[in-house]
Design a protein around this ligand. Structure first.
Ligand code: GDD
Ligand code: MN
Length: 380
């Protein structure tokens, strides 16, 4: 037992040395086409973090503009600048995760390379994390002293919608879950890292929603600045990726996120169906059977295209395969609708209340539609 509790002399020495050398802070900066911003960011960090033991870890996804070469020049001269290069991969969240895993600093910050985030508040964020024993401190555009700065009205609106959706997935109160500027304790990160989704843009939402316990968190306001050079890489696709992330977190990673999105698209299709049915029945005075059949076709067709665009955006069908795909989807869903109705009817006849029988039919139909269409239509 004595041998077990006392580490061998060599590792004890290692521990002592390590705790002395351990960095206070690592700043992880994902980069894609940011060459002009790198020198400015490095000098801004040097000034802001003076007096701390720190390093910056750039994670570059093989930027065609030569960002990595610029970083490498700094890294050769300055031990606190490090470069992690990834080839054949893209993704802001996964870049941050890998950057965070590549450092041993006790606290890790994440920020943009484009000078939009105010590096001068990092020491304050770090001080609060340490003094208040927090897991995460978020630089917030919405908190006291914060502002959205020069963000366009459109981006502001999108940001607001994203904030609502993300707040549902995070198990904590915070005013700006979409922030890309925050810091966290390495030990907390290691607690959640195995559950991270890793896709998309919203690494903070991912981290917060992956915690199994309430997160100790504070926000510090700052003025969001305009991008210095280059352009934003945020696009509609990132919005869809956020949908996938939230879907997977809300279902506790139990229901595959693709199915959750498929079901969501189905719910929108139901709305289209009812709208169409009402229009044909009331407006054009069609018979119920005709109206119901046409509404079903319209809804199925809409679902096909929306699923092709969103749910299966990684394997979207194009050209001639779009036609065969649509036909196979019609076929799959028609059978699904038939199974739905027959199953519900038999449950109803065996004495189940109509709400339960109806819902069971819908679940069976959706699972069927999902399974068959992903096997045959999109061939996953
Ligand atoms: N390695 C890597 N790979 N880096 C990337 C990638 C990628 O695929 N895509 C973007 N980046 C880098 C950019 O070079 C930049 O340093 C940072 O990630 C953020 O990208 P921007 O294009 O500047 O995004 P934004 O300014 O529109 O949005 C950012 O700020 C918002 C407000 O704080 C993001 O951080 C958002 O998450 C955040 O909500
Ligand atoms: Mn930015």
């Amino acid at each position: 037992r004595a041998i077990e509790s006392e580490p061998p002399a060599c590792t004890a020495g290692l521990h002592a040395e390590a705790s002395e050398r351990r960095l206070d802070l690592a700043v992880v900066v994902p980069t894609f086409n940011e060459r002009e911003n790198i020198p400015l960011l490095i000098s801004a960090l040097r000034e802001a973090l003076d007096g701390l033991r720190w390093e910056v870890v750039f994670v570059d996804d093989d930027s065609p503009d030569g960002t990595a070469e610029i970083i490498d020049e700094f890294a050769r001269r300055d031990g606190s600048v490090r470069l992690l290069q990834r080839v054949g991969r893209r993704g802001l969240s996964s870049a941050c995760i890998e950057g965070a895993l590549a450092t041993s600093a006790s606290v890790i910050a994440v920020m943009d390379a484009d000078m939009q985030h105010d590096e001068s508040i990092i020491p304050l964020m770090l001080a609060r994390l340490r003094e208040e024993g927090l897991d995460v401190v978020v630089g917030t555009r919405n908190a006291q002293g914060g502002s959205m700065g020069e963000l366009s009205a459109g981006r502001r609106l999108l940001s607001g919608v994203g904030q609502r959706i993300s707040a549902a997935a995070c198990r904590c109160e915070l005013s700006d879950p979409m922030s890309g500027f925050f810091l966290f304790r390495r030990s907390f990160f290691l607690e959640v890292v195995h559950r991270l989704h890793g896709g998309g843009f919203k690494i903070l939402v991912d981290i917060l929603a992956s915690s199994e316990r309430p997160v100790r968190l504070a926000e510090v306001g700052y003025q969001f600045r305009g991008r210095l050079h280059g352009e934003s890489k945020l696009d509609l696709n990132n919005g869809i990726e956020l949908l996938f992330l939230v879907a997977s977190k809300l279902t506790g990673d139990v229901i595959p996120s693709r199915f959750a999105v498929f079901a969501l698209v189905g719910a929108v299709g139901l709305f289209t169906h009812m709208l169409c049915l009402g229009l044909l029945l009331r407006g054009l005075h069609w018979s119920f059977n005709e109206a119901q059949s046409v509404a079903a076709f319209v809804a199925m067709t809409e679902n096909f295209f929306v699923n092709n665009l969103i749910t299966y955006r990684d394997r979207s069908l194009r050209g001639a395969r779009l036609v065969t795909g649509l036909m196979s989807f019609w076929l799959a869903c028609s059978f699904g609708a038939w199974a739905n109705v027959s199953f519900a009817r038999s449950l109803l006849q065996s004495g189940m209340p109509w709400i339960a029988a109806g819902a069971a039919g819908v679940v069976l139909g959706s699972v069927w539609n999902y399974t068959v269409s992903s096997l045959f239509t999109w061939q996953t």
